[in-house]
Design a binder for this molecule. Structure first.
Ligand code: ADP
Length: 360
């Protein structure tokens, strides 16, 4: 087990004029499960591959257990990777696949068998040890790939979209299993995904990346409750947070034509301090509710009924769109005019209209 530190770590691909990972700083605790998340091309895989020794650290450094990894070959870093493509040997059995790295290391067959059997037990693969990968389901193959990493007892697991090849239901099951297994083994893990739900449900902490730059590194709750900027605010949560840039008024912000969303006094003070004429506001759909008597007047464009809940897509004048969660049984009808107000425990987030940084 080990701590991991990225210190101003950067990577630039040959022939590119842009850093794929730009001065990344992360302090990862021993035994922690950290998820790197962001849209495609944000630098997640590159950041992971730099840790694994598969891409160069062009500037800065990465330490594992306090040891500088610059120039250390991948095989000497004591890490195990699990990829999206499991890359199992088709002609080897499950047991042989899982034990192969140990065999290369010169571990004797009795010891190998013992380690493979222990891992198989953890992963519910005991009955499949003599099978070839072609005779396994997708979920079982994924578990063999995990098993192969576990038997090596590395200091660090590096996982790059390991669930992408599974169907939706299996992904949900497997993500719970992987998170539970990691906690049991206590091995420091860095896990890459583009799926914010996966990030939020699996990580002790989540690092959100965009264009190679770290946006925020925090617990799932903190990302949700206090996004550092409007990008994180819009990326974390589904449906996405309602975000719009609107004029500041005396008692709140102007929304749509001549409507005001009132703000708390301390938020008004923050806006006055920042001397802003406009501000980007954010409200989560689940923190808006329909009301008969008060709130913003909006027109319903679409109702998405999911059975347990419904999402009501609305607009209030040109350019102002708001999504609100509602009870599907009382959801309004298309084209109906309704009122939306902030839930009593709801929050209006304020972001700088140009930089996107959180104001309050
Ligand atoms: P992510 O994992 O978030 O999708 P990547 O780390 O794969 O992002 O990519 C980060 C950036 O580096 C992107 O702009 C991508 O186009 C570029 N990139 C990735 N791999 C290579 C490569 N082998 N050669 C050149 N550019 C690359």
């Amino acid at each position: 087990m080990a701590t991991i530190t990225y210190r101003n770590a950067s990577c630039i691909y040959e022939g590119s004029d842009k850093l794929a990972v730009d001065s990344l700083n992360l302090d990862i605790a021993d035994g922690e499960f950290v998820v790197l998340v962001g849209p495609s091309g944000s630098g997640k895989s590159t950041a992971l591959r730099m840790l694994a020794g598969l891409e160069d650290i062009d500037e800065g450094n990465i330490e594992i257990g306090g040891r500088d990894m610059v120039g250390v070959p991948s095989k000497d870093r004591d890490i195990a990777m699990v990829f999206q493509n499991y890359a199992l040997y088709p002609n080897k059995t499950v047991a042989e696949n899982m034990g192969f790295a140990l065999k290369l290391r010169g571990v004797g067959s009795a010891e190998r068998r013992k380690k493979v059997e222990e891992a198989a037990k953890l992963l519910d693969l005991t009955d499949f040890l003599d099978r070839k990968p072609a005779k396994l389901s997708g979920g079982q193959r994924q578990r063999v790939a995990m098993g192969r990493a576990i038997v090596r007892e590395p200091q660090v697991f590096c996982m790059d979209e390991p669930l992408s090849n599974l169907d939706a239901k299996l992904r949900v099951q497997t993500r719970t299993q992987i998170a539970a297994l990691q906690r049991r083994l206590g091995t420091t893990t860095v896990y890459v995904t583009h799926d914010q739900v996966e990030a939020m449900t699996m990580g002790d902490r989540v690092a959100v990346l965009r264009n190679g730059k770290l946006q925020q590194f925090a617990s799932p709750n903190e990302l949700y409750d206090k996004p550092a900027n409007s990008f994180v605010a819009g990326f974390i949560g589904s449906p996405a947070m309602n975000l719009m840039t609107v004029p500041v008024a005396a008692d709140g912000v102007r929304v749509g034509e001549n409507q005001t969303l009132q703000l708390e006094r301390d938020q008004l003070a923050l806006l006055a301090d920042a001397d802003l004429k406009e501000v980007t506001i954010g409200v989560r759909p689940e923190q808006l509710e329909l009301s008969d008597t008060e709130g913003l007047e909006v027109v319903v464009d679409l109702v998405e009924d999911l059975g347990s809940e419904a999402f009501v897509y609305t607009h209030a004048g040109a350019g102002v769109q708001l999504v609100a969660r509602s009870d599907p049984r009382t959801a309004p009808k298309l084209a109906q005019t309704v009122r939306l107000r902030k839930h009593p425990h709801g929050v209006v987030h304020l972001f700088h209209p140009q930089t996107g940084e959180r104001i309050g």
